[in-house]
Design a protein around this ligand. Sequence first.
Ligand SMILES: [Zn+2]
Ligand SMILES: [Zn+2]
Ligand SMILES: [Zn+2]
Length: 130
Amino acid sequence: MRWIHGIAVQGIDVDAQTRCRHWHGATDVVALRMKCCGMWVPCFACHATLANHAAAVWPVAERHATAVLCGACGGRLSIREYLAAPAACPRCAAAFNPGCAKHHHLYFALTPAERSRQPSATTTRCRPDG
Ligand SMILES: [Zn+2]
Ligand SMILES: [Zn+2]
Ligand SMILES: [Zn+2]
């Protein structure tokens, strides 16, 4: 666990900007709050390792919830704000990893239109190594 801009982020090898053992590139600076338990995590793999329950996703009706933390500036974003512009922080313009879009469905329920626009997870270079 690590305090990042006033939020306790729980993950494996978390750095000061929310990178973790699984995602530690320059642009991996987003932490997410899980719907199931309220835990802030750098990624779904950290949640899977640390939580003793299955992850739940935020329903479309709860897009107003504050569930995204920018590790660069500490900005707390609503799900709506984040999904509207997932490539960079709307507060500080720090670039976010574009590959994260492949995993949005692991955190947020997506509308059919959003799912059809989502990049395929099968081509991901995701490398969670537990
Ligand atoms: Zn959970
Ligand atoms: Zn992780
Ligand atoms: Zn920011």
